[in-house]
Design a protein around this ligand. Structure first.
Ligand SMILES: NC(=O)c1ccc[n+]([C@@H]2O[C@H](COP(=O)([O-])OP(=O)(O)OC[C@H]3O[C@@H](n4cnc5c(N)ncnc54)[C@H](O)[C@@H]3O)[C@@H](O)[C@H]2O)c1
Ligand SMILES: [Zn+2]
Length: 339
């Protein structure tokens, strides 16, 4: 068990790493707290929610909407939640994004914390303060940036995590290794998904390393003026693919990372595409996929990171060193078409 505090520009977050959810009541007043979770997490871990007031939502990205936010707010009013109430999101990224957003707007902002229950939310979604909801096809279009007061990791939740969700989480872990941590990349090359799943200590260390890596990136650039953009490695093309095809987020960004490596080769002289592809493949992620390049390119052009006819693209100089380059859309199109 490890407790650490990280400062952000105008708040700080306590991290309770490798804790148990049973410790929650030691620092959150149960009388003034409401847990928000989803049906999958709740049904697999019912006994862990005993003695807490709980709002249970339907699972799934489709639920990440303003309508769900409104229904949560209605329930908070019924429970007489007030400015002293702490909201606790116990779930994957959908739940933590909704919880952070509701807490940011309810009574102009109340305290909130997270207990991430997917690998992806432990290493990524629960960190950094971005929260919000989707509007139609526009993912995360509405939201705020506000840091949680605490994040607690209880790895017991991973016991019920379905295999595809493990793989999704590894996509973001590999992303972190590519942009910032060559030593972790080598560790991922040596190990395997099976090994991490069977060795609690290994996975626990890996999760902490990734959570802290993202935390440091966010601390240095909370409002995404520069380096935080590196976290979008694989996401530009990934989002375009995700919108067009039935792909899990991890699969989409995995293909996105593969293509970003090829673009890097031409722009930065990156030479290690095959190693990146090898690791993605090792963790069950797709790399080269056939897709309708015209259609996906059209979606890419609508990407919110577009500035006139140029696009801000995250590339690799080498493994462990991501860079942000502005490239013209024409050039991206030419490279992607040539692949
Ligand atoms: N705020 C951010 O910075 C940030 C970063 C990355 C992703 N996100 C968001 O996170 C979301 C994706 O997060 P996710 O992959 O965790 O998705 P998710 O919350 O939909 O969880 C994935 C699935 O796993 C189930 N689940 C969760 N924990 C479980 C457990 N312990 N046992 C069994 N089942 C469990 C859920 O019910 C769901 O069906 C997206 O909406 C994305 O936009 C946000
Ligand atoms: Zn992602």
């Amino acid at each position: 068990m490890k407790r650490l505090t990280y400062k952000f520009s105008n708040s700080s977050t306590d991290y309770y790493l490798a804790y148990g959810i049973s410790h929650l009541k030691e620092f959150v007043d149960q009388k003034n707290a409401v847990i928000i979770t989803d049906e999958n997490v709740f049904s697999d871990h019912k006994k862990r929610f005993k003695t807490w007031r709980v709002v249970v939502l339907q699972p799934g990205e489709e639920q990440k909407t303003q309508a769900t936010v409104d229904s949560v707010i209605a329930q908070l009013i019924m429970m007489e939640a007030d400015r002293k109430t702490t909201l606790i999101g116990v779930g994957g990224g959908v739940i933590t994004d909704i919880t952070g957003y509701v807490a940011s707007v309810y009574m102009r902002g109340i305290k909130f914390g997270f207990i991430p229950t997917t690998l992806l939310s432990m290493v990524d979604a629960s960190i950094g303060g971005k929260n919000g909801v989707d509007v139609g096809i526009y993912k995360n279009l509405v939201g705020t940036i506000r840091q949680p007061s605490f994040i607690l990791h209880d790895l017991i939740f991973l016991n019920s995590l379905p295999q595809p969700e493990w793989i999704n989480g590894f996509a973001e872990i590999i992303k972190h290794a590519c942009i910032k941590d060559a030593a972790m990349f080598r560790e991922l090359e040596t190990n395997s998904l099976k090994k991490y799943q069977s060795r609690k200590v290994l996975v626990c260390k890996l999760i902490q390393r990734n959570a802290l890596l993202k935390t440091r990136v966010v601390q240095q650039d909370e409002f995404e003026k520069g380096d935080r953009k590196l976290l979008n490695f694989g996401h530009t093309l990934g989002h375009a693919l995700e919108n067009q095809y039935e792909l899990a987020h991890g699969q989409a960004i995995s293909i996105g990372m593969t293509y970003a490596c090829h673009i890097s080769k031409q722009i930065t002289g990156f030479k290690e595409t095959e190693r990146v592809v090898g690791v993605l493949d090792k963790y069950g992620l797709p790399t080269y996929a056939k897709f309708d390049k015209q259609k996906v390119f059209k979606a890419l052009k609508l990407d919110k990171k577009r500035e006139r006819d140029e696009i801000s693209y995250v590339l690799l100089e080498k493994i462990g060193k991501g860079v942000i380059k502005t490239i013209s859309l024409d050039q991206v199109e030419k490279i992607i078409e040539g692949l």
